[in-house]
Design a protein around this ligand. Structure first.
Ligand code: BGC
Length: 749
């Protein structure tokens, strides 16, 4: 007996160390349970409920009596948003600017978890300097529709890519001491009717596609809070959805933190209280007196309120509160963040096409005409919540001027009008186009043609804007707006050397543009250093290395939801919840929100979203998922696997050699897709399961190994309501893009 005790004691430190090492990221929230027990025991019901709703637009209450500070939230996701007041209008402070990081789809185009981590670190650090506890982001919904208003905020049409970026972003932010609030949980894949739409979905697609990035955010990255989405899922609103919040998020994934409603997205008292929502943001009409009354009437047990307070206090204790006098003392933006913003931007630019190697810009180019208003347009704000007052912003034109070699002349002409709108309503005005399909203004067009004539190179900066792609509504198509197709055609008649740069968050229809542009570049809304990054790529100071995180279809009508007749929805309820709730000045006060119908959005394309659809249906696209050219070529060789058969708990290791055959340093992103052969279960043609960003000097060869845990190849079995592995042969397809597979091999699982 004695011996046993001695043995146990000796083993104790080892056991403790093992516990710390095996602590899941979610367990970090549980370090203060005893303290929290005591606090809750001493709180009145009123005091508890005070914590469960908005104290202001961007804060929920702490426990002032105990000196426990309020929780301060900040949009997110790509810069710490400026302070706002009534109607979310900026307060005009001078100390609340921050770093504008590239937006979601741009970050995603880097295909780099490491860069996402650095990005998160920057966001988390700046949030601390602004006194913010929680970043309302990352926004990680699957980009289901090419027209989706929030495509630019979201990462990808692919759940694996979105998950890797989300994990990087979250770890970076939380390691810097700020909580994330992963959003929008779940299925906020369209803005049309976003707060009344009832998403009708099968469990398998839900699990395999739409929940995957969220699952990784909770289980792998340990996100400390989650934002419920506005919409319904299979008949029930997300903030009161037992299956979503209590069964999956808390039950299956082990989430220990609070769920915060999207802004204005709480719709009930008792169902929301019972089924998993912690905080109504902002306002208190459901989670204020009504909640107190519901507890007193016995409709909501006080233990449920206690648990909500506990989950919030876990967050409060995990994130250090910053006293008001210690924040906003200086501008939040740091040099490191700005360097990260540049690095991300430079690796996000995607070279879509480069006929005749017109890029990089040749040394004998002496006169450049930069055409298009997007060359000077700022992209830091707009799009409703996801904006930031940036410390500065280098536009494409400024970047080109900064980086142009000495002696190179750079002229500029706007060519097209601005398209101004507020929450989707065109605002008109003499300098603004009245509609998106308005023909080019003859005077602006003539000036642009004159500027292009006789120059060595035209850089046509086209694309959309944050008044065209925005939260609150979807685009009606993906056509280039305000006559850009006609403009590029006219430019080509006087100068065929055209490099078109698309500045957008989502895909555009390039059918016309491509006829007149030997080179096309996707330049994104690429943060405060976006112009410099773009110009470094154009002039060849660095090789382009971004890859598309979503498909560019030939036209919107080819996309799965459209082709299946699932989108656009026949019924559009019109007004957006956010404007109806907070901007009655815009809606004219006609708020009938609670009486809205809930049109159903059917997801009958199931797993065939994005490239899964185009691949499986063998439909051509303009640019495929994962596409992105370089100034060098890469040679793939010697593919091998470490075994030929794998057990269900095994990991497939795929090795190959990758050579940069060009004459400059460049990054390549090898992508590994898996295809099930002779399967009984139906799968998309192939699915992304691993990738890596590899830097290679001129002429350098590296051996690269990509790993795929066999468990990642399971499917969701609806009959058994669980993950299941179908054994059999699979093909591993390795390539430079989803439509550029270079090598393949087969193994058995
Ligand atoms: C958006 C959220 C955002 C919130 C606060 C909502 O309209 O959907 O993503 O964080 O507003 O600005």
């Amino acid at each position: 007996m004695k011996f046993k005790i001695v043995k146990l004691l000796a083993a104790a430190p080892v056991i403790l160390a093992a516990c710390a090492a095996t602590q899941t990221p979610q367990e970090r929230l549980l370090a203060h349970e005893k303290e929290i027990d005591k606090i809750i025991a001493g709180m009145s019901l009123e005091e508890k409920v005070e914590m469960l709703h908005g104290k202001s637009n961007m804060a929920s209450e702490g426990i002032p009596r105990l000196g426990i500070q309020e929780i301060r939230y900040a949009d997110g996701p790509f810069g710490i948003r400026e302070e706002n007041g009534a109607g979310f209008r900026p307060l005009g402070w001078t100390t609340d600017s921050a770093t504008y990081f590239p937006t979601g789809s741009a970050l995603a185009a880097t295909w780099s978890e490491e860069l996402a981590y650095k990005y998160g670190t920057g966001m988390g650090t700046e949030a601390r300097r602004r006194g913010k506890d929680v970043i309302l982001g990352p926004a990680i919904n699957i980009q289901r529709l090419p027209v989706g208003g929030r495509t630019y905020e979201y990462f990808s049409e692919d759940p694996f890519l979105a998950a890797r970026l989300a994990v990087g972003y979250i770890k970076g932010t939380q390691d810097a001491g700020t909580a994330v609030c992963v959003k929008h949980f779940a299925l906020n894949n369209q803005e049309t009717n976003r707060a009344s739409v009832d998403v009708n979905i099968d469990e398998r697609s839900f699990r395999e596609l739409y929940l995957k990035p969220f699952e990784a955010s909770i289980k792998e990255a340990g996100a400390w809070s989650v934002m419920s989405a506005y919409n319904k899922i299979n008949g029930t609103y997300c903030p009161e959805n037992e299956h979503l919040l209590n069964e999956i998020l808390r039950g299956e994934w082990g989430f220990n933190g609070p769920v915060i409603s999207d802004w204005g997205g709480t719709y009930s008292t008792v169902p929301s209280a019972l089924h998993g929502l912690n905080v109504q943001m902002p306002g208190d009409n459901y989670f204020g007196q009504a909640l107190i009354d519901s507890v007193k009437a016995g409709a909501v047990p006080e233990s449920v309120i206690d648990l909500k307070v506990r989950e919030l206090l876990r967050l409060r204790f995990t994130v250090e509160a910053i006293a008001p006098e210690n924040c906003n003392k200086e501008v939040a933006s740091t040099p490191e963040s700005r360097r990260t913003a540049y690095e991300v931007a430079s690796k996000a630019v995607v070279l879509l096409k480069n006929e005749g190697s017109i890029l990089p810009i040749r040394k004998d180019v002496k006169k450049i005409a930069v055409i298009g208003r997007n060359a000077v347009a700022l992209t830091q704000s707009g799009g409703v919540g996801a904006g930031v007052k940036s410390v500065y912003e280098i536009t494409p034109l400024q970047g080109i001027k900064n980086k142009a070699p000495e002696g190179v002349e750079v002229a500029y002409a706007p060519a097209y009008k601005n398209y101004a709108s507020l929450y989707g309503r065109a605002s008109g005005g003499p300098d603004n186009a009245a509609s998106l399909d308005e023909a080019p203004d003859p005077k602006l067009l003539a000036e642009a043609v004159a500027a292009a004539k006789g120059t060595d190179l035209v850089i046509f900066v086209c694309g959309t804007s944050k008044t065209i792609e925005s939260e609150g509504f979807d685009r009606s198509n993906i056509k280039l707006p305000v006559g850009q197709d006609e403009i590029v055609k006219a430019l080509a008649q006087v100068n065929p050397n055209i490099v078109s740069v698309i500045i957008s968050g989502g895909p555009c229809d390039l059918q016309e543009l491509t006829k007149y542009s030997p080179a096309i570049v996707e330049g994104w809304w690429n943060g405060l250093e976006g112009g410099n990054a773009l110009a470094d790529v154009l002039f060849g100071n660095i090789a382009p290395s971004g890859k598309l995180p979503f498909t560019f279809p030939i036209q919107f009508e080819d996309s799965p939801a459209y082709a299946m007749g699932n989108f656009p929805q026949k019924e559009d309820v019109g007004e957006d919840l956010f404007t109806s709730t907070f901007r009655k000045d815009i809606t004219g006060g006609k708020d009938k929100w609670q009486n809205r119908k809930s049109p159903k959005a059917f997801y009958t394309e199931k797993l065939l979203v994005g490239y899964r659809w185009f691949d499986t249906k063998r439909k051509p696209v303009m640019y495929a998922f994962g596409h992105g050219l370089s100034y060098v070529d890469f040679e793939y060789g010697n593919i091998s696997t470490d075994k030929s058969r794998y057990k269900p708990d095994g990991t497939i290791k795929v090795s190959f050699t990758l050579k940069n055959t060009g004459d400059m340093t460049a990054d390549e992103i090898p992508q590994l897709y898996v295809r099930h052969l002779n399967a009984k279960v139906e799968y998309p043609y192939k699915e992304l399961k691993a990738f890596s960003r590899v830097t290679l000097d001129a002429g350098q060869t590296k051996t690269v190994t990509l790993e795929v845990p066999v468990s990642e190849l399971r499917y969701w079995d609806e009959a058994e309501n669980g993950w299941k592995l179908e054994e059999g042969e699979i093909e591993l397809l390795l390539g430079s893009a989803s439509d550029d597979i270079r090598l393949s091999t087969k193994v058995t699982i």
